[in-house]
Design a protein around this ligand. Structure first.
Ligand code: SF4
Ligand code: SF4
Length: 364
C-alpha cells in the first residue's frame, strides 16, 4: 500500500461546550458533554503523535476551547513539540491574565469571531449578552500582548448590513487578517438555512464591499472571502480534499476529515482511544472511502478539475441529495445543480424563520 502524506494541520476540537449559541455553528447537531471529553494526558499524547507524523499546525477549536482549564498545558505541550499553535475563540471567556498565560505557554496566533458589529444584533445571533463589547476588549488585548490577530466574520442575511463596520473594526483592532466567510449549510447552518441564506443581491453587494476594501486596505489588512456555495458555479476544494491536508479530532477522540463528516451515514470514524493517529490516518476505511479520485462518479471522474476541487464537499452532496458519493450539487455540471439554485431563490426570498439556536437537545 502506498504511504499517504501526513496532514499539514490538525483541528483539535477540545470541547463542544460554548457559552454562545450561534445558529450556524459548525459543531454536529448531537453535541458532546464535558464528561465525554478526552483528558489532558490523552490530548498531549495525540499532539505528540501528530508531531511525530509530521503535522505542522494545531488549531485549538471547539466549541469554545478556553472553557478547558488545561488549555495552557496543551499549548505548552505543543510548543515543546515545535507545533504552531492557533486559538480559534469567541473571546468571551478570556481576560488579560489568561491571554498572557496562553502566550507564555507558546500560543502564536488568535482567531477571534464576531457575530455582528451592532451590539444588539451580536447578542441576538450569539444568544449571549454584551458579547460585542467583550470581543472588542479581547481583540485589543491580543494586539497589546503582541499576538497576531485574525478576525473571523461569519456572514449571512441577518448581519450582512454590518460588513463594512466589521471591516472597519478589524482595522481598528489592528488585525492582520479578516476572514469574511458566508455560512456553509451543514449541521446547524443547514437547520437554519432559511434564516441565514442571503439573496443574490445581498451577496453581490458583499462581494463589492470586500473587493473595494481589499483595494483600499492593501498592505494593512488581508481579507479572505468565502462565498456561499449555493450561488457558486463550481465547488470549493473542501478541506483541500477529503483526508488530504487536514485532520479533525473531536472532543471524544474521533478522527474526521472535516468537522461535519460525522453526520454522514454508512461511515464509521475511528477513535484515538482505540488506535494511533498514524494508523487511522493511513488505514481507516472511512478516511480512505473518499480519498483521492478513485471513488468519483461522472462527471467528476473525467473532469480536468478533479484534482483541484476533489469533487467538492461530501457533506453538502449528502445534505442536498441524500447521497454523499455524488458530485457536489453546487457544481453546474451536477444533474442536481438546478435544485440548489431553486433552494437559494426560494428560501432567500421568504421572511426568515426564527433561529434554531445551537444547544444540547436544540436540534430535536
Ligand atoms: S460558532 Fe458560536 S456557538 Fe459554535 S463554537 Fe463558535 S462561538 Fe460557539
Ligand atoms: S464535475 Fe466534479 S471535478 Fe469537475 S468541476 Fe464539478 S465537482 Fe469539480
Amino acid at each position: 500500500m502506498t504511504s499517504i502524506d501526513p496532514p499539514l494541520a490538525m483541528l483539535a476540537e477540545v470541547t463542544h461546550r460554548c457559552p454562545l449559541q450561534c445558529p450556524y455553528c459548525s459543531n454536529p447537531l448531537q453535541l458532546l458533554t464535558a464528561s465525554q471529553e478526552m483528558d489532558t494526558e490523552t490530548w498531549k499524547s495525540i499532539f505528540s503523535q501528530a508531531a511525530e507524523m509530521g503535522v505542522l499546525q494545531i488549531h485549538f477549536s471547539g466549541g469554545e476551547p478556553t472553557v478547558r482549564q488545561d488549555l495552557e498545558k496543551l499549548v505548552a505541550h505543543c510548543e515543546g513539540l515545535d507545533l504552531y499553535c492557533n486559538l480559534i475563540t469567541s473571546g468571551v471567556l478570556l481576560n488579560k491574565d489568561r491571554l498572557i498565560r496562553l502566550a507564555a505557554a507558546g500560543l502564536q496566533h488568535v482567531q477571534l469571531s464576531f457575530q455582528a458589529a451592532q451590539a444588539d444584533n451580536a447578542d441576538r445571533i450569539s444568544a449571549y449578552p454584551n458579547s460585542l463589547e467583550k470581543k472588542i476588549e479581547i481583540g485589543r488585548l491580543v494586539g497589546e500582548i503582541g499576538l497576531p490577530l485574525t478576525v473571523n466574520a461569519v456572514m449571512h442575511r441577518q448581519n450582512l448590513d454590518d460588513l463594512e463596520a466589521l471591516i472597519d473594526l478589524s482595522v481598528e483592532l489592528g488585525a492582520q487578517r479578516l476572514e469574511v466567510a458566508h455560512v456553509q449549510y451543514y449541521g446547524w447552518g443547514l437547520r437554519n438555512r432559511a434564516a441565514l441564506i442571503p439573496t443574490r443581491a445581498q451577496l453581490d453587494r458583499s462581494t463589492n464591499i470586500v473587493e473595494a476594501a481589499r483595494e483600499r486596505l492593501k498592505g494593512r489588512l488581508v481579507i479572505d472571502y468565502v462565498v456561499p456555495d449555493y450561488y457558486a458555479r463550481r465547488p470549493k476544494s473542501c478541506m483541500g480534499g477529503w483526508a488530504r491536508q487536514f485532520v479533525n479530532v473531536t472532543p471524544n477522540g474521533k478522527v474526521l476529515p472535516c468537522h461535519a463528516a460525522e453526520d454522514l451515514p454508512g461511515l464509521t470514524f475511528d477513535s484515538l482511544r482505540d488506535r494511533t493517529l498514524a494508523d487511522i490516518w493511513q488505514k481507516s476505511a472511512a478516511l480512505n472511502h473518499f480519498r483521492g479520485i478513485d471513488w468519483m462518479p461522472e462527471p467528476c471522474q473525467s473532469c480536468d478539475r478533479r484534482e483541484l476541487d476533489w469533487g467538492g464537499c461530501r457533506c453538502q452532496a449528502f445534505a442536498l441529495t441524500g447521497d454523499a458519493a455524488v458530485t457536489d450539487p453546487v457544481c453546474e455540471l451536477s444533474p442536481h445543480h438546478d435544485q440548489v439554485k431553486q433552494i437559494a431563490k426560494k428560501e432567500s426570498g421568504e421572511s426568515p424563520p426564527e433561529f434554531l439556536y445551537r444547544r444540547i437537545g436544540g436540534a430535536n
